[in-house]
Write a protein of this length. Structure first.
Ligand code: GDP
Ligand code: MN
Length: 356
């Protein structure tokens, strides 16, 4: 843990692909922005910072998705905000990938929502649709089929430091299927039965459990014992998916798909408020080799209110004032929401630590 407070500029591995190298920009990868027309200003801010810190040197394409239809003004403004020649695609989402599925009863949904009224976004149908879409559908969208990796980008996020290597090539060369920067506890009331249902699925399919998986990470109850009580066994630790780089071929594989079909049949995307973050995280923690999940400690990122800031040397040009080393959240009492130490404890071996 101590070594993790030393400055880091990039992973300490051989073979990082630099701007201008033959392989630079050659992964089957894109940035994925799920947004509405009204998110225009927020997403422009995000992608301009991303371009400046990373993509001006690598030229990866963008896919913008919307359950509605993008206006001409939206598309024009995005094209104008990005460098000339950048490949940009805009797509709508088929109702079959987005809308509430037919196994959900609308009245029952409303009754459950009243009970969950204390939970953020629980009363918004669109939020439930979004969480289900990001859990089980996005990687089936026709515009994403040609890609292996998607780097998810949300409106209003920040990238503070220059990333001077091809992140997608790094994932490919080091056999990573998932990259994240922040790791948090969740509101347990939103996922009361997610763990017990997942446990049912595991009992039916014990062979799906990966023998080198990160199950301790989702079972550690030290920091937040109450969460463990509410969920009957899940720590609620999860990768914060507003930043995530996914290997969609892994999501498209039989195990993840079977898990998604099962969860959908259990109705918790609507009768509870299962987020895509705990869903993805449980899938990764149980069905993936933990060595294939990568913490991008070097990528300085924030989505309000949390920040991942690599410990840059004082006065470093790579970091600006908002990214203070070790700074996770502006309010000290929320430090307890950080679950990264648990990940390090259970899921990193010496070889991983040496990379940081
Ligand atoms: P939060 O970060 O959990 O508060 O959720 P956000 O409001 O940021 O939503 C997560 C992502 O989904 C963002 O990229 C939003 O722009 C997008 N999103 C959320 N709801 C909708 C929706 O109804 N339609 C579309 N097209 N995008 C949505
Ligand atoms: Mn968000």
């Amino acid at each position: 843990w101590n070594t993790l407070h030393t400055p880091i500029k990039e992973p300490k591995v051989d073979g990082l692909v630099r701007p201008g190298d033959k392989l630079a920009g050659s992964s089957k990868a894109c940035f994925l922005c799920l947004v509405r027309n009204e998110d225009l200003d927020g997403i422009i801010g995000s992608i301009q910072e991303l371009e400046e810190q990373f993509n001006e040197d690598f030229n990866y394409p963008y896919v913008f998705l919307n359950d509605g239809k993008f206006t001409k003004d939206f598309k024009d403004a995005i094209r104008k905000a990005l460098p000339r020649g950048r490949k940009i695609e805009f797509g709508s989402i088929e109702p079959s990938l987005w809308d509430m599925p037919s196994n959900i009863d609308e009245n029952e949904f409303k009754e459950h929502m009243e009970k969950l009224s204390g939970i953020q976004h629980a009363d918004q149908l669109s939020y439930h649709n979004m969480c289900r879409f990001y859990s089980k559908s996005f990687y089936h969208h026709p515009l994403l089929k040609k890609y292996k990796y998607a780097w998810r980008v949300e409106p209003g996020v920040h990238f503070y430091c220059k990333v001077e290597y091809d992140v997608f090539q790094f994932m490919q060369m080091n056999d990573k299927i998932y990259g994240y920067v922040l790791n948090l506890y969740d509101s347990p009331e939103s996922i009361e039965t997610l763990w017990t249902k997942t446990f049912d699925f595991l009992q039916e399919n014990p062979h799906y459990l990966n023998e080198n998986c990160a199950h301790e990470w989702v079972r550690d109850n030290v920091q937040k014992p109450d969460n463990y009580d509410v969920t009957q066994g899940y720590s609620t630790c999860h990768f914060w998916t507003n930043f995530e780089i996914t290997d969609m071929d892994w999501l498209r594989g039989p195990i993840y798909e079977a898990y998604m079909e099962f969860l959908d049949s259990q109705k918790g995307f609507y009768y509870e408020r299962w987020g895509d973050a705990p869903v993805r995280s449980l899938a990764l923690a149980l069905f993936a080799d933990k060595g294939r999940i990568h913490w991008f400690r070097d990528i300085a990122y924030s989505h309000f209110p949390y920040t991942n800031c690599p410990s840059c040397p004082e006065g470093s040009e790579r970091c600006n004032g908002d990214c203070r080393p070790g700074f996770f959240v502006p309010w000290e009492n929320l430090e307890i929401e950080n679950c990264q130490a648990t990940w390090i404890k259970y899921s990193m071996d010496q070889k991983d630590l040496d990379m940081y």
